[in-house]
Write a protein that binds this ligand. Structure first.
Ligand SMILES: Cc1ncc(COP(=O)(O)O)c(C=O)c1O
Length: 461
């Protein structure tokens, strides 16, 4: 849409609606407020993870079933948050419930391998076309171990990531994400900026960031690193970025990154913690048709139980098999998580389930796009597989810089409030997207679009 046809957003109106909706949400959630008052005495800031924080209090949930969750006040919400994208199966799916209840009386933890772990690895190998697998308990552990394996395999210390990309909370990758925009430096030579306190600058300096969707910039930076004697061990990246809303790869970009990394002996790691098992049976690797040397999985893998995995080629896994790298963890391949993952992969996330997710996403994206056009809002709907969002921006977002320059954060915040007050549970934060589940219906998607339309109408009234 040409910018001149867009509606002018009245900032005063945005603030007025935000205040009205905040007040409404406060009034609907006194139970969450009471839990927060209690929780903050013992649970630091009242939450289990800082990503659960919210002002003035977080919304505490009590239970979930199918496509719905209920908060501590009994408000019923259609779940498009889905545990930051973990619950593509929906809540309490009967197949996973059965697997977990059958496993429980047989013992839930041995720190010894079980057959379910083999079945899951066989299925992941088939889906992703990578022969070797190991387990972890989270996405952070998966990316941490993948990087260690890549470092050992190449004998190199430096690693490369995409500026603005999130890969978990360990020191190697808590670098150059969500940092003050004025400090990021030149596009050809981005600064390595720790994300939050406690990450040593000396560790951050080993992590070099380059812009998404720009293989030329990556190539020039790699060539400089080679000249300086610090070639990267790996490039760790999401094939489609999932923490600037959704940013899809431009045509040819992933192919160019594949060719470039191969030419320089760099391990290409697709971090599929968000995309894997969500955008196709074989994740972004299958969807975009570019095969990395390693993938990392978590979230959807465990069907709601903590789980993660690393897949790779025989060559990269050699350092694990010859015991140069200790890829370890007491709970790795936990029998309960593996039972859930097996049922999820073989019984829930079937080819028909992915067809349903694609059809739902097409429906919700088209619905949101129609609202955007009807009300001439600055934005567009974008998504892939189970993932999508409305990106409030007058220009297309292709990387961190275009995101920082264009994203309308106030509209994101307002959209979240509209959702919460109209029975739609959405991811908080301006960077997130929706995740559909296999038990969502077209009517559920219509409810999401209706909440969005109400906001669009109020904004432009
Ligand atoms: C792409 C990506 N990688 C890694 C992680 C870290 O996963 P976890 O929170 O399970 O440690 C996340 C979490 O959001 C993620 O989005």
């Amino acid at each position: 849409m040409a910018p001149e046809t867009l509606v002018e957003i009245d900032r005063h109106r945005v603030r007025e609606l935000t205040e009205r909706e905040e007040k409404r949400l406060d009034e609907r959630t006194p139970g969450s407020r009471a839990l927060f008052e209690r929780a903050r005495r013992t649970l630091s800031a009242g939450v289990a993870s800082s990503y659960q924080l919210r002002d003035p209090w977080p919304i505490y949930l009590s239970h979930g079933r199918g496509a719905r969750v209920w908060d501590a006040d009994g408000n019923e919400l259609l779940d498009f948050h889905n545990g930051f994208g973990s619950m593509v199966q929906g809540h309490a799916h009967p197949a996973i419930e059965r697997a977990v209840t059958e496993r429980y009386p047989q013992g839930t933890h041995f720190a010894a391998p079980t057959e379910d772990g083999i079945v899951v690895a066989e299925e992941l190998a088939r889906r992703f076309g990578l022969p070797k697998w190991r387990y972890t308990n989270s996405g952070s552990e998966a990316t941490m171990d993948a990087i260690r394996i890549a470092r050992a395999h190449t004998g190199r210390d430096t690693i490369m990531k995409i500026f603005g990309s999130y890969h978990g909370h360990h020191d190697y990758v808590m670098v150059s994400i969500g940092v003050p925009y004025e400090n990021i430096g030149d596009r050809e030579d981005y600064a390595s900026l720790p994300y939050g306190a406690g990450v040593p600058q000396s560790v951050a300096d080993l992590t070099v960031a380059v812009p998404f969707n720009d293989a030329g910039a990556a190539e020039r930076r790699i060539e400089r690193l080679v000249e300086e004697g610090h070639p990267p061990a790996c490039v760790i990246m999401e094939a489609a970025m999932m923490n600037l809303g959704v940013v899809l790869p431009e045509p040819g970009y992933l192919e160019a990154m594949r060719e470039l990394t191969r030419r320089h002996g760099i391990v290409l790691v697709f971090d599929e913690v968000k995309t894997g098992l969500c955008v196709a049976p074989g994740g972004a690797t299958e969807r975009f048709g570019v095969k990395p040397d390693m993938v990392t999985l978590a979230k959807t893998l465990g069907g709601g139980l903590p789980s993660g995995a690393i897949g790779g080629t025989d060559e990269v896994f050699e350092v694990v098999e010859n015991e140069q790298v200790y890829q370890v963890g007491t709970y790795n391949g936990n029998p309960l998580s593996m039972a859930a993952a097996r049922a999820s992969l073989l019984e829930v996330l079937t080819p028909e389930a992915y067809e349903h997710l694609d059809a739902l996403n097409e429906h919700i994206l088209a619905g949101c796009q129609a609202v955007i056009e009807r009300y001439r809002l600055p934005g567009y709907a974008v998504g892939v597989g189970a993932k999508g969002c409305v990106t409030f921006s007058p220009a297309k977002i292709v990387d961190y810089e275009t995101y920082k320059e264009n994203q309308d954060g106030e509209l994101c915040d307002l959209a979240w409030l509209y959702n919460m007050n109209r029975g739609v549970f959405m991811t908080p934060g301006r960077e997130e997207e929706w995740t559909l589940s296999v038990v969502h219906s077209f009517e559920d998607c219509d409810a999401f679009v209706a909440a969005f339309e109400e906001m669009a109408a109020d904004l432009t009234a």
